[in-house]
Ligand binder design. Structure first.
Ligand code: OGA
Ligand code: MN
Length: 308
């Protein structure tokens, strides 16, 4: 059966139908999904009734998976750290409650961000699968960072070209409202990383604005000036014509390219409504800044392969 692809927003995002990812796709179908992912940046695959094992297996077709560190004080419902438990449940499967460390930690997800941009090797793809959804709220929004870059004026492009930003998980958690955050601990768990503000996409060669809530400061700028610039750029990137809002259905699998989009979760009734999502994250292609110098990538599409 051929895949059908339907664009979802003016500049990006597509839905793919006609594939069941419970079994390994053919090489041709994998290539088609992967090319759609690179071209549209966000891909929605409805009706994927995946087990965690099948979700992990599909994720690995895109590349090595990111394994999360164990966070102190966090109730681990899912022991396999290649799966991020994006839910509001405690380890016993009951609602954790709006005052739980888990709910506080998750607040940062409601700010526009790119997953793992605080890592030296930040994320390639994230694959989020919906098991239980909120009827009201709980949407996930995406914005297009290629369109955001293209629509900057030339003077701004020139101003941004040489800039390097520090990305920090501790910073975004505190900004998100996690008043329980142990900043010292988070800085040790996830040491901040430097990223170019304008990044060349390592597979498409396109320029993208690489910004988001993890940006803690811009090198060579006063804190206030840096913050104002980042806020201005996020506002520009998230104008409505560059945003796709995903209203979830159970068994949607949404895949996004963290190198060319930002996303954020929208609020919902965390205290009373179960929202259960699992995320598998594919690692990127290595550091973007080494010893203060931006490493320009050797632009090349990843060779994604179905195992023989
Ligand atoms: C994520 C994330 C937002 C949401 O899984 O990386 O930011 O809507 N999720 O759950
Ligand atoms: Mn995220």
């Amino acid at each position: 059966m051929p895949l059908t692809i339907r664009q979802l927003a003016p500049t990006f995002a597509a839905e793919i139908r006609g594939v069941d990812l419970r079994s390994t796709p053919s090489q041709q179908v994998l290539d088609e999904i992967y090319d759609t992912f690179l071209k549209y940046r966000v891909v929605v695959l409805p009706g994927q009734a995946l087990s965690m094992e099948q979700h992990l297996d599909f994720g690995e077709l895109f590349g090595p998976l990111h394994v999360l560190p164990t966070v102190k004080g966090m109730d681990l419902r899912i022991k396999n750290r290649a799966i991020d438990d994006v839910s509001n449940l405690a380890s016993d499967g009951s609602l954790a409650g709006a005052n739980s460390p888990k709910a506080f930690f998750a607040l940062g997800n409601q700010l526009w961000h790119s997953d793992l941009s605080f890592c030296e090797n930040p994320a390639h793809a994230s694959m989020l699968h919906a098991s239980e959804i909120a009827e009201e709220g709980g949407e996930t929004q995406f914005c297009d960072l290629v369109a955001a870059y293209e629509t900057l004026d030339e003077a701004t492009k020139a101003q941004l070209a040489p800039l390097i930003a520090e990305h920090s998980l501790a910073h975004s958690r505190v900004r998100g409202g996690d008043s329980q955050a142990d900043v010292e601990y988070l800085l040790k768990l996830r040491p901040p990383a430097m990223q170019p503000l304008v990044r060349t996409h390592p597979e498409t060669g396109e320029k993208v604005l690489y910004i988001g809530a993890h940006v803690a400061r811009i090198e060579g700028m006063e804190a206030e000036e840096g913050e104002a610039l980042i806020q201005k750029l996020i506002d520009h990137a998230t104008q409505s014509e560059r945003v796709y809002t995903h209203r979830w259905a159970v068994n949607d699998l949404v895949i996004w390219d963290n190198r060319q989009t930002l996303h954020r979760g929208r609020p919902y009734d965390v205290d009373n409504v179960r929202r259960v999502m699992h995320r598998v994250t594919v690692d990127g292609d290595g550091p973007n800044v080494v010893e203060g110098k931006v490493i320009e990538p050797d632009v090349r599409r990843r060779d994604v392969r179905v195992p023989a």
